[in-house]
Design a protein around this ligand. Structure first.
Ligand code: UDP
Ligand code: MG
Length: 344
Protein backbone atom coordinates (compact mmCIF):
# COMPACT_ATOMS: atom_id res chain seq x y z
CA UNK A 1 0.00 0.00 0.00
CA UNK A 2 1.33 3.45 -0.81
CA UNK A 3 1.20 6.10 1.86
CA UNK A 4 -1.25 8.92 1.32
CA UNK A 5 0.45 12.04 -0.03
CA UNK A 6 1.45 14.48 2.68
CA UNK A 7 -1.10 17.26 3.01
CA UNK A 8 -0.09 20.55 1.45
CA UNK A 9 0.21 23.49 3.79
CA UNK A 10 1.38 26.64 2.04
CA UNK A 11 -1.03 29.27 3.33
CA UNK A 12 -1.58 30.83 6.70
CA UNK A 13 -5.33 30.51 6.50
CA UNK A 14 -8.05 28.72 4.56
CA UNK A 15 -11.62 29.95 4.80
CA UNK A 16 -14.26 27.34 3.97
CA UNK A 17 -17.78 28.46 3.09
CA UNK A 18 -20.57 26.09 1.98
CA UNK A 19 -22.87 27.88 -0.43
CA UNK A 20 -26.40 26.87 -1.29
CA UNK A 21 -28.52 29.41 -3.13
CA UNK A 22 -26.71 32.42 -1.69
CA UNK A 23 -26.35 34.43 -4.91
CA UNK A 24 -27.56 37.69 -3.38
CA UNK A 25 -25.26 37.69 -0.40
CA UNK A 26 -22.08 36.42 -2.01
CA UNK A 27 -20.45 39.71 -3.01
CA UNK A 28 -21.02 41.18 0.43
CA UNK A 29 -19.72 37.97 2.00
CA UNK A 30 -16.52 38.14 -0.05
CA UNK A 31 -16.06 41.81 0.73
CA UNK A 32 -16.24 41.22 4.47
CA UNK A 33 -14.25 37.99 4.45
CA UNK A 34 -11.49 39.53 2.37
CA UNK A 35 -11.35 42.58 4.62
CA UNK A 36 -11.08 40.43 7.75
CA UNK A 37 -8.49 38.10 6.21
CA UNK A 38 -6.22 40.74 4.76
CA UNK A 39 -6.01 42.45 8.10
CA UNK A 40 -4.64 39.38 9.82
CA UNK A 41 -3.23 37.22 7.01
CA UNK A 42 -2.31 39.65 4.22
CA UNK A 43 -1.68 37.74 0.97
CA UNK A 44 -1.48 34.54 2.93
CA UNK A 45 -5.00 33.18 2.78
CA UNK A 46 -7.42 31.42 0.47
CA UNK A 47 -11.22 31.32 0.40
CA UNK A 48 -12.85 28.05 -0.64
CA UNK A 49 -16.43 28.52 -1.77
CA UNK A 50 -18.20 25.17 -2.04
CA UNK A 51 -21.25 25.33 -4.26
CA UNK A 52 -23.61 22.68 -2.93
CA UNK A 53 -25.82 22.23 -5.99
CA UNK A 54 -27.36 25.70 -5.89
CA UNK A 55 -30.21 26.28 -8.27
CA UNK A 56 -29.69 30.05 -8.51
CA UNK A 57 -26.71 31.95 -9.90
CA UNK A 58 -24.39 31.14 -6.97
CA UNK A 59 -21.91 29.14 -9.04
CA UNK A 60 -21.66 31.87 -11.66
CA UNK A 61 -20.99 34.36 -8.87
CA UNK A 62 -18.35 32.07 -7.36
CA UNK A 63 -16.67 31.69 -10.76
CA UNK A 64 -16.59 35.45 -11.15
CA UNK A 65 -14.64 35.73 -7.91
CA UNK A 66 -12.42 32.73 -8.66
CA UNK A 67 -11.53 34.04 -12.11
CA UNK A 68 -10.68 37.48 -10.80
CA UNK A 69 -8.65 36.64 -7.69
CA UNK A 70 -6.03 33.94 -7.17
CA UNK A 71 -6.92 33.54 -3.50
CA UNK A 72 -10.42 32.25 -4.32
CA UNK A 73 -11.06 28.55 -4.99
CA UNK A 74 -14.49 27.58 -6.29
CA UNK A 75 -15.54 23.97 -5.74
CA UNK A 76 -18.65 22.86 -7.58
CA UNK A 77 -20.31 19.70 -6.24
CA UNK A 78 -22.18 17.46 -8.65
CA UNK A 79 -25.50 18.06 -6.84
CA UNK A 80 -26.86 19.16 -3.47
CA UNK A 81 -25.13 17.00 -0.86
CA UNK A 82 -26.20 18.93 2.22
CA UNK A 83 -24.41 21.45 4.41
CA UNK A 84 -22.30 18.99 6.40
CA UNK A 85 -20.98 17.15 3.34
CA UNK A 86 -20.34 20.42 1.50
CA UNK A 87 -18.23 21.37 4.48
CA UNK A 88 -16.35 18.07 4.21
CA UNK A 89 -15.70 18.79 0.52
CA UNK A 90 -14.23 22.17 1.40
CA UNK A 91 -12.02 20.76 4.17
CA UNK A 92 -10.68 18.15 1.76
CA UNK A 93 -9.10 20.92 -0.32
CA UNK A 94 -7.71 23.30 2.29
CA UNK A 95 -4.07 24.33 2.13
CA UNK A 96 -3.87 26.60 5.14
CA UNK A 97 -2.24 26.12 8.53
CA UNK A 98 -5.46 27.40 10.07
CA UNK A 99 -8.96 26.69 8.86
CA UNK A 100 -11.85 29.10 9.33
CA UNK A 101 -15.36 27.77 8.72
CA UNK A 102 -18.34 30.06 8.31
CA UNK A 103 -21.78 30.19 6.74
CA UNK A 104 -22.37 32.06 3.53
CA UNK A 105 -25.28 34.09 4.85
CA UNK A 106 -23.19 36.38 7.08
CA UNK A 107 -24.92 35.21 10.23
CA UNK A 108 -21.43 34.52 11.50
CA UNK A 109 -19.38 37.74 11.48
CA UNK A 110 -16.05 37.16 9.65
CA UNK A 111 -14.62 40.06 11.67
CA UNK A 112 -14.28 37.68 14.62
CA UNK A 113 -11.31 36.09 12.84
CA UNK A 114 -8.81 38.33 14.65
CA UNK A 115 -10.12 37.45 18.12
CA UNK A 116 -10.23 33.77 17.23
CA UNK A 117 -6.67 33.82 15.88
CA UNK A 118 -5.57 35.41 19.18
CA UNK A 119 -7.00 32.45 21.06
CA UNK A 120 -5.13 30.05 18.75
CA UNK A 121 -1.93 32.00 19.37
CA UNK A 122 -2.57 31.51 23.09
CA UNK A 123 -2.55 27.77 22.58
CA UNK A 124 -6.05 26.67 21.57
CA UNK A 125 -6.55 24.23 18.72
CA UNK A 126 -10.21 24.98 18.16
CA UNK A 127 -11.96 28.29 18.74
CA UNK A 128 -15.69 28.08 18.23
CA UNK A 129 -18.25 30.83 18.15
CA UNK A 130 -20.89 30.54 20.83
CA UNK A 131 -24.09 32.46 20.20
CA UNK A 132 -25.30 34.80 22.86
CA UNK A 133 -28.12 36.28 20.80
CA UNK A 134 -29.73 35.39 17.53
CA UNK A 135 -31.21 38.28 15.68
CA UNK A 136 -33.83 37.66 13.05
CA UNK A 137 -34.62 34.11 14.10
CA UNK A 138 -38.07 33.11 15.24
CA UNK A 139 -38.78 32.20 18.85
CA UNK A 140 -39.65 28.76 17.51
CA UNK A 141 -36.21 28.28 15.96
CA UNK A 142 -34.49 29.53 19.12
CA UNK A 143 -36.66 27.31 21.31
CA UNK A 144 -36.16 24.16 19.26
CA UNK A 145 -32.42 24.81 18.96
CA UNK A 146 -32.01 25.18 22.70
CA UNK A 147 -34.18 22.13 23.41
CA UNK A 148 -32.10 20.17 20.94
CA UNK A 149 -28.79 21.00 22.61
CA UNK A 150 -30.14 20.06 26.02
CA UNK A 151 -31.57 16.78 24.71
CA UNK A 152 -28.33 15.99 22.92
CA UNK A 153 -26.13 16.57 25.94
CA UNK A 154 -28.27 14.17 27.97
CA UNK A 155 -27.61 11.40 25.43
CA UNK A 156 -24.02 11.86 24.44
CA UNK A 157 -20.75 11.16 26.21
CA UNK A 158 -18.60 13.85 24.60
CA UNK A 159 -19.42 17.36 25.74
CA UNK A 160 -20.84 19.16 22.72
CA UNK A 161 -20.94 22.84 23.65
CA UNK A 162 -24.35 24.47 23.58
CA UNK A 163 -25.45 27.08 21.11
CA UNK A 164 -22.61 26.57 18.71
CA UNK A 165 -22.82 26.07 15.00
CA UNK A 166 -20.07 25.28 12.56
CA UNK A 167 -18.55 28.74 12.92
CA UNK A 168 -15.01 28.06 14.10
CA UNK A 169 -11.31 28.55 13.58
CA UNK A 170 -9.21 25.43 13.96
CA UNK A 171 -5.65 24.33 13.44
CA UNK A 172 -4.76 22.14 10.57
CA UNK A 173 -4.03 19.15 12.79
CA UNK A 174 -7.65 19.18 13.92
CA UNK A 175 -8.75 19.50 10.30
CA UNK A 176 -6.63 16.51 9.32
CA UNK A 177 -8.23 14.47 12.10
CA UNK A 178 -11.64 15.53 10.89
CA UNK A 179 -10.79 14.50 7.33
CA UNK A 180 -9.72 11.11 8.62
CA UNK A 181 -13.20 10.47 10.00
CA UNK A 182 -14.94 8.75 7.11
CA UNK A 183 -18.52 8.76 8.32
CA UNK A 184 -21.36 9.69 6.03
CA UNK A 185 -23.77 10.93 8.67
CA UNK A 186 -21.78 13.89 9.83
CA UNK A 187 -22.49 16.19 12.67
CA UNK A 188 -19.36 18.23 12.29
CA UNK A 189 -19.59 20.29 15.48
CA UNK A 190 -19.90 17.09 17.52
CA UNK A 191 -17.05 15.45 15.64
CA UNK A 192 -14.80 18.41 16.39
CA UNK A 193 -15.63 18.15 20.11
CA UNK A 194 -14.88 14.46 19.95
CA UNK A 195 -11.40 15.11 18.54
CA UNK A 196 -10.38 16.97 21.69
CA UNK A 197 -7.23 19.10 22.16
CA UNK A 198 -7.78 22.54 23.63
CA UNK A 199 -11.10 24.02 22.54
CA UNK A 200 -12.30 27.42 23.63
CA UNK A 201 -15.42 29.47 23.00
CA UNK A 202 -15.71 33.03 21.77
CA UNK A 203 -19.14 34.52 22.46
CA UNK A 204 -20.80 36.43 19.63
CA UNK A 205 -24.15 37.76 18.59
CA UNK A 206 -25.62 35.91 15.68
CA UNK A 207 -26.83 38.38 13.06
CA UNK A 208 -29.85 38.00 10.87
CA UNK A 209 -29.30 36.58 7.41
CA UNK A 210 -27.92 39.17 5.01
CA UNK A 211 -30.01 37.90 2.09
CA UNK A 212 -32.12 34.95 1.08
CA UNK A 213 -33.81 32.59 3.48
CA UNK A 214 -32.85 29.72 5.71
CA UNK A 215 -32.13 26.40 4.04
CA UNK A 216 -32.72 24.56 7.27
CA UNK A 217 -36.46 24.03 7.52
CA UNK A 218 -37.79 21.99 10.43
CA UNK A 219 -37.50 18.78 8.41
CA UNK A 220 -33.75 19.23 7.91
CA UNK A 221 -33.29 20.28 11.53
CA UNK A 222 -34.94 17.08 12.72
CA UNK A 223 -32.78 15.04 10.35
CA UNK A 224 -29.66 16.76 11.69
CA UNK A 225 -30.80 16.09 15.24
CA UNK A 226 -31.28 12.38 14.48
CA UNK A 227 -27.85 12.28 12.83
CA UNK A 228 -26.37 13.92 15.89
CA UNK A 229 -27.91 11.46 18.33
CA UNK A 230 -27.29 8.31 16.33
CA UNK A 231 -23.72 9.19 15.46
CA UNK A 232 -22.74 9.97 19.02
CA UNK A 233 -24.81 7.69 21.16
CA UNK A 234 -26.19 4.20 21.39
CA UNK A 235 -28.42 5.18 24.31
CA UNK A 236 -31.61 4.84 22.20
CA UNK A 237 -30.73 1.21 21.53
CA UNK A 238 -30.66 0.63 25.24
CA UNK A 239 -34.19 2.04 25.55
CA UNK A 240 -35.37 -1.27 24.10
CA UNK A 241 -34.05 -3.32 26.99
CA UNK A 242 -35.20 -0.73 29.55
CA UNK A 243 -38.70 -0.65 28.10
CA UNK A 244 -38.70 -4.44 27.90
CA UNK A 245 -37.84 -4.69 31.59
CA UNK A 246 -40.44 -2.12 32.63
CA UNK A 247 -43.16 -3.83 30.62
CA UNK A 248 -42.06 -7.23 31.90
CA UNK A 249 -42.52 -6.09 35.51
CA UNK A 250 -45.86 -4.44 34.72
CA UNK A 251 -46.95 -7.62 32.94
CA UNK A 252 -46.07 -9.79 35.94
CA UNK A 253 -47.97 -7.49 38.29
CA UNK A 254 -50.98 -7.58 35.97
CA UNK A 255 -50.77 -11.35 35.82
CA UNK A 256 -50.80 -11.57 39.63
CA UNK A 257 -53.78 -9.26 39.75
CA UNK A 258 -55.69 -11.34 37.19
CA UNK A 259 -54.83 -14.60 38.98
CA UNK A 260 -55.97 -13.19 42.31
CA UNK A 261 -59.27 -12.12 40.75
CA UNK A 262 -59.73 -15.54 39.23
CA UNK A 263 -59.01 -17.30 42.53
CA UNK A 264 -61.45 -15.11 44.43
CA UNK A 265 -64.08 -15.99 41.86
CA UNK A 266 -64.50 -12.50 40.44
CA UNK A 267 -64.60 -12.51 36.67
CA UNK A 268 -62.26 -9.81 35.28
CA UNK A 269 -64.09 -7.54 32.91
CA UNK A 270 -61.51 -7.71 30.28
CA UNK A 271 -61.95 -6.71 26.68
CA UNK A 272 -61.18 -2.99 26.91
CA UNK A 273 -58.18 -3.35 29.15
CA UNK A 274 -56.89 -6.22 27.02
CA UNK A 275 -57.23 -4.26 23.83
CA UNK A 276 -55.50 -1.28 25.43
CA UNK A 277 -52.64 -3.46 26.63
CA UNK A 278 -52.16 -5.04 23.21
CA UNK A 279 -52.09 -1.64 21.56
CA UNK A 280 -49.58 -0.23 24.04
CA UNK A 281 -47.27 -3.20 23.80
CA UNK A 282 -47.62 -3.32 20.02
CA UNK A 283 -46.69 0.31 19.65
CA UNK A 284 -43.75 0.01 22.02
CA UNK A 285 -42.46 -2.90 19.95
CA UNK A 286 -42.81 -0.93 16.74
CA UNK A 287 -41.08 2.05 18.30
CA UNK A 288 -38.15 -0.07 19.38
CA UNK A 289 -37.98 -1.71 15.96
CA UNK A 290 -37.96 1.75 14.43
CA UNK A 291 -35.00 2.79 16.58
CA UNK A 292 -33.15 -0.40 15.60
CA UNK A 293 -34.02 0.33 11.98
CA UNK A 294 -32.57 3.81 12.26
CA UNK A 295 -29.20 2.41 13.33
CA UNK A 296 -29.36 -0.52 10.91
CA UNK A 297 -30.11 1.76 7.96
CA UNK A 298 -27.16 3.93 8.85
CA UNK A 299 -24.90 0.90 9.12
CA UNK A 300 -26.11 -0.20 5.70
CA UNK A 301 -25.42 3.18 4.14
CA UNK A 302 -22.01 3.43 5.81
CA UNK A 303 -21.13 -0.12 4.73
CA UNK A 304 -21.54 0.83 1.09
CA UNK A 305 -18.59 3.12 1.58
CA UNK A 306 -19.48 5.46 -1.23
CA UNK A 307 -17.58 8.71 -1.60
CA UNK A 308 -19.06 11.40 0.66
CA UNK A 309 -19.40 13.91 -2.14
CA UNK A 310 -18.62 14.23 -5.84
CA UNK A 311 -16.78 17.24 -7.17
CA UNK A 312 -17.77 18.47 -10.58
CA UNK A 313 -15.21 21.21 -11.05
CA UNK A 314 -12.56 23.13 -9.15
CA UNK A 315 -12.14 26.65 -10.34
CA UNK A 316 -9.09 28.65 -9.30
CA UNK A 317 -6.24 30.73 -10.60
CA UNK A 318 -4.05 29.77 -7.65
CA UNK A 319 -0.70 28.30 -8.53
CA UNK A 320 -0.33 24.75 -7.44
CA UNK A 321 2.54 24.49 -4.99
CA UNK A 322 5.81 23.35 -6.53
CA UNK A 323 9.53 23.50 -5.83
CA UNK A 324 9.62 27.23 -6.39
CA UNK A 325 6.75 27.64 -3.98
CA UNK A 326 7.92 25.86 -0.86
CA UNK A 327 5.44 23.84 1.08
CA UNK A 328 5.60 23.01 4.75
CA UNK A 329 4.75 19.35 4.98
CA UNK A 330 2.57 18.53 7.95
CA UNK A 331 4.15 16.11 10.35
CA UNK A 332 4.86 15.51 14.00
CA UNK A 333 4.29 18.35 16.35
CA UNK A 334 3.29 21.13 14.07
CA UNK A 335 1.36 23.34 16.39
CA UNK A 336 4.35 25.70 16.55
CA UNK A 337 4.05 26.38 12.84
CA UNK A 338 0.38 27.03 13.37
CA UNK A 339 0.97 29.43 16.18
CA UNK A 340 3.42 31.37 14.05
CA UNK A 341 0.95 31.39 11.21
CA UNK A 342 -1.67 32.70 13.58
CA UNK A 343 0.48 35.77 13.99
CA UNK A 344 2.04 35.39 17.39
N1 UDP B 1 -26.07 25.06 2.98
C1 UDP B 1 -25.50 24.12 2.12
N2 UDP B 1 -26.26 23.08 1.67
C2 UDP B 1 -27.57 22.90 2.06
C3 UDP B 1 -28.12 23.83 2.98
C4 UDP B 1 -27.34 24.89 3.42
O1 UDP B 1 -24.34 24.23 1.76
O2 UDP B 1 -28.19 21.94 1.61
C5 UDP B 1 -25.24 26.19 3.47
C6 UDP B 1 -25.87 27.57 3.35
O3 UDP B 1 -25.56 28.16 2.12
C7 UDP B 1 -25.21 28.31 4.49
C8 UDP B 1 -25.02 27.24 5.54
O4 UDP B 1 -25.08 26.00 4.86
O5 UDP B 1 -23.94 28.80 4.13
C9 UDP B 1 -26.06 27.29 6.64
O6 UDP B 1 -27.36 27.24 6.11
P1 UDP B 1 -28.54 28.17 6.58
O7 UDP B 1 -28.05 29.56 6.77
O8 UDP B 1 -29.66 27.98 5.64
O9 UDP B 1 -28.89 27.52 7.99
P2 UDP B 1 -29.33 28.29 9.33
O10 UDP B 1 -28.30 29.36 9.59
O11 UDP B 1 -30.67 28.85 9.06
O12 UDP B 1 -29.30 27.21 10.38
MG1 MG C 1 -27.88 30.79 8.33
Amino acid sequence: MTAAPAPICDRGLSVVVPVFNEEDGLDELMRRVEAACSERFPNDYEVLLVNDGSTDGSWAAICRHADAKPHVVGINLSRNHGHQLALAAGLEHVRGALVFVLDADLQDPPELLGTMADRIAEGADVVYGQRTARAGETAFKRGTASLFYRFLSSMVDVAIPRDTGDFRLMTRRVTEQLKAMPERYRFVRGMVSWIGFTQVAVPYERDARFAGQTNYPLRKMIALAIDAVTSFSTVPLRFASHLGMIFGVVGLLALGWVAAGWLSGEAVRGWTSLAALILVIGSVQLLVLGVFGEYLGRMYMEAKNRPLFIVDEIRTKAEVADAANPVHVLEGSISETFRKAAGE
